[in-house]
Ligand binder design. Structure first.
Ligand code: DUC
Ligand code: ZN
Ligand code: ZN
Length: 472
């Protein structure tokens, strides 16, 4: 068989199986899985795990935020950083500005990504202004163009929707086959608590956690699940932080509802104590929902192991720390409510889960693959092209050395952020080579990906949408 490249002698891991075999690649696709394959170009994977490239289905890059604040990563540095951590597909958000169209956000995002991304990318939408035109004209057209998922918010004044608007969005998702992602925190609870904290002079970064306690997330999660039941449609609860929200998700799943849920590294490796770091350092850990405590970390690990949480994303939200357009946009002593929300994590996402999950025996290798690649690829309409090592799939592959040990430091990372929340953490296991459609984009300490190699991915809507619509 004529092959461009063979990955030889590794252990191939998928969400279902582990097997010793070579991987034959031609034209950017996997065309053979067998022993004894040969080609002019060969990569020796002896002692390495050969896993599907990661699908980071929740990351932010080049997203407009409030005036005076800027995301540090665009598509060039964001996709480069992702590739160096074993990720081969990213799905950031084309965010509708209130009063503007969805399409203008998507067009701008195409302009920003084209020619600079080094791995493949899709676009989720963010709907902030769900007018009938947006939901019944723009959304169906954009779903046809491959933007088959959208996020909606239950908090943040410039983003949040009321329950009626959420229901309208869910109904539009049902009609189009789009997957809805929900940021579930109760806005009025947060504003009431924030005002009380500020009135008492409690404005330091660590009060961010007190302004968004688990109850706030639990109530909104329950409401999101209930509204999904009302409309009879799937929802995916993003960035789940701990036991109380997990309980609501498990409750919905036990009712037979199509509820999916995502968590992120910050809920496994950080706690609210990190927000207490000296001076303004705590601002580096301000994200929403906030990191909780070690008991909640354990609840998140258990929910990953048992499948209640089925997607593991970074929620990379790249704000530099020492920067007047980043965490210090409102000064180096800004009240917690004025600190841009979000932390970086595109490049460390997979290594953290591998080290903390697989190397400790909490997760199997196949669970790791499912959480970081196969399930997000499935839920967001990228299968069978992405998310597996299978004949016919794109040759998006990470070679992992389970014996490598290393210490996270920001100097090793390739994002444009000036810190990592995981500085100094010692990890076991590391991605030593990443291939995107058969092209090496990260090779053991060296970036070899080319800006412009990455392509836009038209994703599929949920398959049973027309059948479901016909039944109504
Ligand atoms: N929600 C996100 O999804 N990302 C960053 C901040 C936030 O609140
Ligand atoms: Zn969110
Ligand atoms: Zn996010």
């Amino acid at each position: 068989m004529d092959l461009d490249l063979v990955i030889k002698g590794g252990t191939v891991v998928t969400a279902a199986d582990t097997a010793r075999c070579d991987v034959g690649i031609r034209g950017g696709r996997i065309v053979a899985l067998a022993d004894g394959l040969t080609a002019a170009a060969e990569v020796d994977a002896t002692g390495l795990l050969v896993m599907p490239g990661g699908v980071d289905a929740h990351c932010h890059m080049d997203q407009p935020v409030e005036p005076g604040v800027r995301m540090a990563d665009g598509f060039e540095s964001g996709t480069r950083s992702a590739a160096c951590g074993g990720t081969t597909t990213v799905i950031p958000f084309a965010a509708q500005q209130r009063g503007a169209t969805l399409r203008s956000a998507v067009e701008e995002y195409h302009r920003l990504a084209a020619g600079v991304a080094s791995i493949d990318y899709g676009f989720h939408l963010i709907i902030t202004d769900p007018t009938p035109t947006v939901l019944h004209e723009e959304l169906p057209a954009l779903v046809d163009e491959g933007c088959t998922s959208f996020k909606i918010y239950m908090t943040y004044d410039d983003l949040k929707l009321n329950d009626r608007q959420i229901i309208e969005c869910l109904a539009a998702a049902r009609a189009t086959g789009a997957q809805t992602m929900i940021h579930a925190e109760n806005s009025d609870c947060i504003s009431w608590l924030t005002e009380a904290l500020e009135a008492a002079g409690r404005t330091a970064p660590h009060h961010h956690a007190s302004s968004r306690p688990p109850l706030v997330e639990r109530e909104a999660t329950h409401r999101a699940v209930s509204l999904a039941e009302l409309v009879d449609v799937s929802v995916l609860i993003v960035h789940v932080s701990g036991a109380e929200a997990i309980e609501q998700i498990r409750w919905g799943q036990a009712r037979g509802l199509d509820i999916h849920a995502e968590t992120c590294p910050q809920y496994l490796f950080l706690t609210a104590d990190d927000l207490h770091r000296d001076g303004f350092e705590g601002a580096k850990y301000v994200c929403s929902p906030p990191p909780r405590d070690t008991a909640n970390q354990e609840a998140v690990w258990t929910a990953l192991r048992t499948g209640v949480l089925d997607v593991f994303s970074s929620d990379h939200a790249p704000f530099r720390f020492d920067d007047p357009q980043g965490k210090m946009a409102k000064g180096s002593n800004a009240p917690f409510s004025e600190i841009p929300n979000g932390i970086p994590g595109l490049e460390t996402r997979m290594a953290l889960l591998f080290s903390g999950g697989v190397m400790t025996g909490r997760l199997t290798l196949s669970q790791f693959v499912a959480l970081t690649s196969t399930t997000p690829a499935e839920l967001y309409g990228l299968r069978p092209r992405k998310g597996s090592i299978a004949v016919g799939s794109d040759a998006d592959i990470g070679l992992w050395d389970p014996g490598a040990t290393w210490t996270v430091t920001n100097d090793l990372l390739h994002h444009a952020v000036d810190y990592t929340p995981y500085e100094g953490l010692q990890l076991r296991g590391r991605c030593v080579r990443t291939l995107s459609r058969g092209v090496t984009v990260w090779d053991d300490e060296q970036v070899s990906g080319a800006p412009g190699h990455g392509q836009y991915l038209r994703r599929s809507p949920k398959r049973d949408v027309h059948a479901t619509a016909a039944r109504r």
